[in-house]
Design a protein around this ligand. Structure first.
Ligand code: CO8
Length: 259
């Protein structure tokens, strides 16, 4: 039997799942098997009504040090085309539930891109973000030139992409790439806490809000506002909207069911 490169932990807090990338000897390098396992686990959690938020982490030393260089080194352009590894990334992009990256140590290349595919990033003080592909004769291929630029702006993205320089967790925070920096003992706990806060809310409203925020990257302001309004109206078809507003009026805590 093949070794498993991820572990999945259900209900690490109510309605929160934790996926750990678990290929420590290679700094969680993202080979095809690991990415396939990750996609399958995320799709299963996305379909599981009991789960409302997902935390994705590596270990203290590495979130992930990028795509597996050994696996790619001798491939031709046609091999890369046929393998179509980005279909896995496209599937992960379609996950509707909120995903929070809990990052410690290296988040490089595809690892940095994977954190940016998540919706929020909590980092330990030891985290280092980088797109060092340029140093091995290529360039980012899983969103590094696009999502990083949108997150931190052209000047800083250009510097990271063209020099391969890593930035610290504090620099990433200052640049707006990540949400929070905490001591290394706390990053996973803090990410789970953030996930729990979201998991206590209406899962329907959360999914539709996530969808609308992501839409802003792909469209004009006018179209985006239209999309937002449709989702806003749609939520009035949900029991959770009645419950949320009724609970406010009755000065009690709402109980959301995701219906
Ligand atoms: N791929 C394969 N193996 C790796 C990778 C990697 N990306 N990173 C580290 N490893 C392995 C090392 O080869 C080493 O293995 P071994 O012990 O068998 O020699 C082990 O992990 C530990 O690494 P180091 O000894 O190098 O550890 P250091 O602490 O000295 O250095 C670094 C850590 C700085 C992170 C260093 O390992 C490094 O530079 N790694 C490569 C970083 C990199 O270039 N990443 C970008 C890869 S390309 C990419 O991500 C393209 C993404 C686009 C598509 C995404 C599809 C999945």
């Amino acid at each position: 039997m093949l070794p498993q490169f991820i572990t999945v932990h259900q209900n690490v807090a109510p309605h929160v799942a934790h996926i750990r990338l678990n290929r420590p000897n290679e700094l969680n390098a993202l080979n095809l098997q690991l990415m396939g396992e990750l996609r399958d686990a995320l799709k299963a959690l996305d379909a599981d009504d009991d789960i409302r938020a997902i935390v994705l982490s590596g270990n203290d030393k590495a979130f992930a040090a990028g795509a597996d260089i050994r696996e790619m080194a001798n491939k031709s352009a046609i091999d890369m085309f046929i393998t179509d590894q980005f279909s896995t990334w496209d599937a992960i992009k379609k996950i509707k539930k909120p995903m929070i990256a809990a990052v410690s140590g290296f988040a490089l290349g595809g690892g940095c891109e994977l954190t940016m595919l998540c919706d929020m990033i909590v980092a330990s003080e030891t985290a280092r973000f980088g797109q060092p592909e340029i140093k091995i004769g290529v360039m980012p291929g899983a969103g590094g030139t696009q999502r990083l630029t949108r997150a931190i702006g052209k000047a800083r993205a250009m510097e990271m992409v063209l020099t391969g320089r890593f930035i610290t967790a504090q620099e990433a925070l200052d640049a707006g790439l990540i949400n929070k920096v905490v001591p290394v003992e706390l990053y996973l706990q803090e990410a789970i806490k953030l996930a729990s806060e979201i998991a206590a809310l209406s899962p329907l409203a959360v999914k539709m809000a996530k969808e609308a925020v992501l839409k802003s990257f792909d469209t004009t302001l006018e179209e985006g506002l239209h999309f937002e309004r449709k989702n806003f109206y749609l939520l009035f078809a949900a029991e959770d909207q009645k419950e949320g507003m009724q609970a406010f009026v009755e000065k009690r805590a709402p109980v959301f069911k995701g219906r």
